[in-house]
Design a protein around this ligand. Structure first.
Ligand SMILES: Nc1ncnc2c1ncn2[C@@H]1O[C@H](COP(=O)(O)OP(=O)(O)OP(=O)(O)O)[C@@H](O)[C@H]1O
Length: 265
């Protein structure tokens, strides 16, 4: 495992990928992919089916090993000690990457429906609380404050004791984002959050992400253009495992290659 401690907080990007290639039986799902996400940045990722979006998240989170390339994560977790810590993510497995501060939310919510919203959040807290601990060990003041803060962020303070099973699809997605926040990630990778949501839920999700972006770095994979427009962030278009274009939504929408290979389809 490699970690390089630098003396002072620098401006290194939170995520740095260079020349990343992943082959499945000779087929390159990622082909010399290079991309950089700055600290505190929110980035939307779009691209046709099979472009490599899921595979990219898999290599960042240690689920898949790249054949070639560099993937580095710069953590500010030691900010209080005035140090940045830089990790080579290709050397860590999924659990270790999550522990370093890279949180991933899959498309399908995995909340436990028979528990309340509060209990789901409680079990997600960093350091791990089992159901047993939730029942018999009191939360610390710090943990209580953290849960209150998350409930407020996902707009569920008044529903904390409702069963998660009674929530709408959109609400389950927000709870799941809350559970991700319980892990205190610095960089959040979120896969198609708006899928299956109503227009109103989609816009509310965009507002939630804009709030999250004030204190986190975010990478959001999405197909819904209205949602991406509402995010108002830089967009990266993937195609055939590489970056096809990058810029504002307006810029990439006007890009000839993007029109030909993605939007025009
Ligand atoms: N484990 C695997 N074995 C073989 N091929 C794979 C594997 N995982 C992904 N692929 C292939 O790699 C390519 C990229 O897939 P990936 O799922 O990353 O694309 P995507 O951009 O997420 O697509 P979608 O928008 O449909 O989710 C696809 O052609 C897919 O079939």
């Amino acid at each position: 495992m490699s970690s390089i401690n630098t003396k002072h907080i620098d401006n290194s990007p939170v995520l740095y990928m260079d020349g990343v290639t992943v082959s499945f039986d000779g087929f390159k799902a990622l082909n010399n992919l290079s991309m950089t996400i700055e600290k505190g940045e929110m980035r939307a990722i779009i691209g046709p089916n099979g472009a490599g979006k899921t595979t990219m998240m898999d290599v960042i989170t240690g689920k898949t090993r790249p054949d070639e390339g560099t993937i580095r994560f710069s953590s500010s977790a030691n900010q209080a000690k005035n140090t940045n810590t830089d990790y080579d993510l290709t050397q860590y497995d999924e659990a270790a990457v999550a522990n370093l501060g890279v949180g991933r939310k899959f498309q399908k919510p995995s909340v436990i429906e028979s528990l309340t919203i509060f209990e789901n959040l409680e079990m997600s807290l960093k350091g791990g609380r089992t159901l047993w601990q939730s029942l018999f060990h009191k939360l610390s003041q710090e943990q209580k404050l953290k849960l209150d803060e998350i409930l407020h962020l996902i707009d569920m303070s008044d529903k904390a004791n409702d069963l998660a099973g009674n929530l709408s699809h959109g609400q389950k997605q927000w709870l799941e984002i809350g559970m991700l926040l319980g892990q205190e990630p610095e960089l959040l990778l979120i896969d198609e959050p708006a899928a299956g949501m109503t227009d109103e839920e989609t816009m509310k999700t965009a507002e939630l992400f804009k709030t999250l972006a004030k204190t986190h770095s975010l990478m959001v994979v999405e197909h819904d253009m209205d949602f991406i427009e509402a995010l108002g962030c830089k967009v990266t278009v993937l195609n055939e495992g590489s970056v096809l274009a990058e810029g504002t939504l307006q810029e990439v929408k006007a890009n000839e290659d993007v029109i030909e290979k993605y939007l025009g389809r």
